[in-house]
Design a protein around this ligand. Sequence first.
Ligand code: DOR
Ligand code: ZN
Length: 336
Amino acid sequence: MTLEIPRPDDWHVHLRQGKRMGDYVRAHAAAFGRVLAMPNTIPPLTTPDEISAYRELAREAAPDLDVLTAFRLMPDTGGEEVSALADSGIKAGKYYPDGVTTNSKGGLSNWRQIESALAAMEASGMVLCLHGEEPTASVLKREEAFLPVFREIREAFPRLKMILEHVSSAAGVQAVIDDQGPSAATVTVQHLLFTLDDLIGGSLNPHLFCKPVVKTDEDRKAIQERILDGDNRFFFGSDSAPHEKGQKESPHCPAGAYTAPMALPALVSWFDGVDALDRLEPFLCEFGRNFYGLPSNRGTVRLERRSWTVPQISQGCVPLMAGEELLWRVVSISAV
Ligand code: DOR
Ligand code: ZN
């Protein structure tokens, strides 16, 4: 059995900087048509010039992949800077609470620090991408503890487009359902498929360790239900976060699951397994671009129901589910 769908979108990726960046970009280009790159590089991406130079590097690595880039909101980002970013065509800004995850030091401690930036984002129709975790709360409660901020921002900016990135909890799912304004959530492979038992229930799996951490079966079910319901506020954003094997398998394992090489086959395998292949294409190709107000991608990707084993290493990283068999594989991708 084969399946052909438009080249899909991935609305949350990490492409890093430096010598491995091109490899990570090409790993996405092998399965996707467009990605939204996150700005937690070192140094962070904050200006139109930095972002256009970054996009140019990505374009050189994979000319057929449309690489959009979010700018990073810093405590001193003001409305005028945001207007200039919007004028240069940038569609999204990323909110990192200070120190909450990889490369997020110097982030925000209070949303009121960026009130004028948020007003300019609302006025220009930009999307606010939230790393929705309160760093001072206990790790499993961090997403829930951030939700008052989500609601306060909504109250102050009724028309601001907001995305609760990598939604990981039933409470986070419910906050998006209850919101009266334009909001959505991105969903990763790991939060859709796994729980804390997979992370720490047997031997520790560092390659599933990410922020926010995968949670309980109840949380996973709440995410799965939205997808199976075909709720257009929930769409794909992998949060594929490459860290080299040696770093992940060390006593200071950084947060991040590398999913670029297996995300699409894993998703198709899951949708097929729950008899919901009809929900796949909207989740991957339609809901996100409609939320961002962007056209569909050109080209298609072909998948086949023929099992393969996720490699032990890709681009110097251990992908999620390395060594495990997946039912579906990518057979070809075409940009036209
Ligand atoms: O697990 C994560 N890794 N979560 C993030 O928010 C950042 C990411 C990274 O950059 O490695
Ligand atoms: Zn991320």
